[in-house]
Design a protein around this ligand. Structure first.
Ligand code: HEC
Length: 303
């Protein structure tokens, strides 16, 4: 019943092995399974208890078997047991890698010649250093063949791959970080949640001058197709963010609204065209035609 590894190594190693396997096999998205599914915490607790129980059972079996031994057997057993656990293989490896002649035995390797009192010791190079050196030689051969002879992989390619991957990552990031929108990237937000958030911002900040139904007052009518500063989501975003013409009263809202909020309120402003205001202000500016829409789809050119 002699086991080489002590229990305080065996139990944690098995525990984390099972933990690792569990995390590997349970698909839990970005979060670790132990957080995503609380039941797994119970499972791991159970595993821990089973491991401890097994150790206890093994311990008592060992004890029972010990009692059945003869006196001589008991002594032998205790002797092997009292040997301290050692990392024998690691110790051996360490000795091999740092092998050198001890100072006391240096006489054995001293060379015959003597240059004005300077003598030479023929010691071995430290093996760890020699193996490292061999490693660099092997590496250089592989490197030479791959990068200069076959050329299947170059630094230029690596650079290009990384730039391409970074571009994709930036796109992904922009999708999640809504506050990164600006006038050139903003899109009309058709989401009901965005539009109702936009409506809230509009009710708090804008009705004083544009009216709740967008009919206009101090500010122009936002429901008609005439725009002073240009229609469409990108122009409206710019107007709200940068403000109107000097002295007209429309301030730059980028001071108090976040880019994502401006995108929401801009989208809401565009939906105001569905409303029929009670007291519409006379149109100002010009009819705005989206230059990005192909001509054939414009109502004017249709039959
Ligand atoms: C103090 C009054 C005032 C407030 C508050 C105000 N605006 Fe204006 N708004 C104006 C005026 C005046 C103009 C016309 C600017 C010009 O002629 O350059 C304008 C222009 C606009 C335009 C451009 C209309 C066009 O025809 O091009 C949009 C869009 C707009 N406002 C949206 C908003 C939004 C959204 C808010 C709230 C976040 C808001 N405004 C708050 C006064 C106001």
């Amino acid at each position: 019943m002699s086991t080489r590894t002590p229990w305080w190594i065996r139990v944690p190693v098995l525990f984390f092995l099972i933990f690792g396997l569990m995390e590997y096999f349970i698909d839990s998205g970005d979060k670790p399974a132990i957080i995503e599914y609380p039941i797994t915490q119970l499972f791991m607790l159970l595993i821990l208890m089973i491991l401890i129980a097994i150790e206890l059972i093994l311990g008592s079996i060992e004890n029972v078997m010990f009692q059945t031994l003869t006196e001589e057997g008991k002594e032998k057993y205790l002797a092997t047991k009292s040997k301290k656990y050692e990392w024998t293989w690691a110790k051996n490896l360490m000795e091999k890698l740092t092998r050198s002649r001890s100072v006391e035995r240096e006489e054995e390797i001293i060379l015959d010649h003597n240059y004005d009192g300077i003598r030479e010791l023929d010691n071995v190079l430290p093996p760890w250093w020699v193996y490292l050196f061999y490693g660099t030689i092997i590496f250089s051969v592989v490197y030479l063949v791959r990068f200069h002879v076959i050329g299947d992989y170059t630094q230029k390619e690596e650079y290009e791959q990384e730039v391409a991957a970074a571009k994709i990552a930036i796109e992904e990031y922009k999708k999640t970080a809504k506050d990164l929108v600006d006038a050139s990237t903003v899109e009309f937000l058709s989401d009901a949640a965005d539009l109702s958030a936009g409506e809230k911002i509009y009710t708090t900040n804008c009705v004083a001058c544009h009216m709740a139904d967008g009919g206009g007052g101090i500010g122009p009518n936002l429901t008609d197709e005439y725009w002073i500063l240009g229609g469409g989501i990108k122009n409206v975003f710019t107007t709200i963010s940068e403000g109107g013409r000097d002295g007209k009263g429309m301030i730059a809202w980028k001071q108090s609204l976040k880019p994502a909020e401006i995108a929401q309120v801009a989208s809401y402003v565009l939906t105001l065209s569905e409303k029929t205001p009670a007291n519409p202000k006379a149109p100002e500016g010009e009819i705005w035609v989206d230059p990005n829409v192909p001509e054939s789809t414009e109502p004017e050119s249709g039959q």
